[in-house]
Write a protein that binds this ligand. Structure first.
Ligand code: SF4
Length: 378
């Protein structure tokens, strides 16, 4: 389609999007320049998707009319008659299906190295060569089935912006146990495969406890990213038996007041109680990391100091510091200075610290801090 025809199609058929959908598109999907400014309209995005879907028809029919198919798909999407959804709905996973998908991702990556955007795992777990049937053994499986299935709403959570409350209440999460069992049955799980839970709140999934126990019985290492509001006896049991079990909780505050502002729920003390209960059960006292995402609303020194005091009081010895990942390109000096202050506090008390969130495996915040002197704390 020529540029003019495309512009004409777009101008006559704008997308009827609600405010929430627009926010999500701006945060996650629309193209941005290196400063983080959005540089395309939602219609451009829909057009790109329509064109990509239309091109797939060439695989099956070399005479496919990509131009008119693009128009057809664009109109279906801009009128909201059809929107592509997550392709997966909890069905069994066969060896062939996984292989086909991995090779598809490799092809996409080879053609367009930036397609996977900021994902830290791009070019990490998946290699750009073709995967063959004999070496198909998954070494890391993320159980991340319902990204917006959560019991709180953190201000920085992009998943929350996607959550339509009415739809959310009606939605029932699909089974995660069946698909994981099908992976075992297909023989594609490496003996040392690590399972990590997170993206949405895993502990509220109906099968969390039984699946976590099953993975423990199979001797797999597990990592849980949780908000810590629900205490799982099963997780405490696994922590008590296997020192290779890890969990992380984003506390992001040093006071109940700030916690409530960030998480929308008054659970600060409750979460710390749960952290202490998990740590009391844990065989490996270093199995827990308390995370702090530094933002404008929680970057005061008093707040950071209180957070460290809470960690010391609970016997936490590992901290993960981060910034809001959607703000990487527009971090203010004050936020960077606050991260530096937090890191200086962590060092003062000899705690372990790690930079959470990477872009393509680069620890971006650590790199920024490398050029920023840490303040001296007496
Ligand atoms: S706990 Fe995680 S999934 Fe839940 S609202 Fe916060 S960031 Fe989002």
């Amino acid at each position: 389609m020529t540029k003019n025809t495309k512009e004409e199609l777009i101008s006559k058929n704008s997308a009827k999007l609600e405010k929430n959908a627009l926010t999500v598109l701006q945060k996650r999907y629309l193209r941005k320049d290196e400063k983080g400014n959005v540089i395309e309209k939602p219609e451009d995005l829909l057009y790109r998707v329509a064109e990509n879907i239309a091109q797939a028809d060439k695989i099956y029919d070399k005479d496919a009319d990509v131009e008119s198919l693009t128009k057809e798909f664009y109109l279906a999407m801009s009128s909201l008659d059809f929107l592509p959804k997550y392709p997966y709905n909890g069905e069994s996973l066969s060896r062939d299906k996984i292989l086909e998908y991995l090779n598809y991702i490799n092809e996409v990556q080879a053609k367009e190295p930036n397609k996977c955007g900021r994902c830290s795992r791009a070019y990490y777990d998946i290699k750009p060569q073709k995967v063959s049937l004999c070496d198909l053994k998954l070494k890391h499986i993320m159980i991340n089935p319902h990204r917006f299935w959560c019991n709180i709403q953190c201000v920085y959570c992009s998943y929350c912006a996607e959550r339509n409350e009415k739809e959310f209440i009606k939605t029932k999460p699909y089974s995660v146990k069946g698909p994981i069992e099908s992976l075992f049955n297909a023989g594609v799980v490496d003996a040392n495969c690590v399972f990590s839970w997170g993206g949405g709140e895993s502990t509220i999934l109906p099968e969390f406890n039984s699946l976590a126990r099953l993975l423990h019985d199979k001797r797999h290492v597990q990592v849980l990213n949780t908000n810590g509001i629900v205490f799982s006896e099963t997780w405490a049991y696994i922590l008590s038996k296997d020192e290779r079990t890890f969990f992380n909780i984003s506390v992001d505050s040093g006071t109940a007041e700030t916690y409530k502002k960030i998480k929308g729920m008054d659970c600060f003390d409750h979460v710390w109680e749960n952290i202490k209960k998990y740590l009391a059960a844990a065989k490996n006292k270093g199995s827990f990391k308390a995370k702090y995402i530094v933002m404008e609303c929680n970057r005061e020194h008093r707040e950071l100091e209180q957070f460290i005091n809470m960690c010391l009081d609970a016997g936490v010895n590992s901290i993960e510091y981060a910034v809001d990942r959607w703000q990487f390109d527009r971090l203010s000096e004050d936020t960077i200075a606050a991260v530096a202050y937090l890191k200086a506090l962590v060092l003062k008390y000899n705690l372990n610290c790690k930079n959470a969130f990477t872009i393509r495996n680069r620890p971006v915040i650590a790199e920024i801090l490398a050029n920023h002197p840490l303040p001296k704390i007496m």
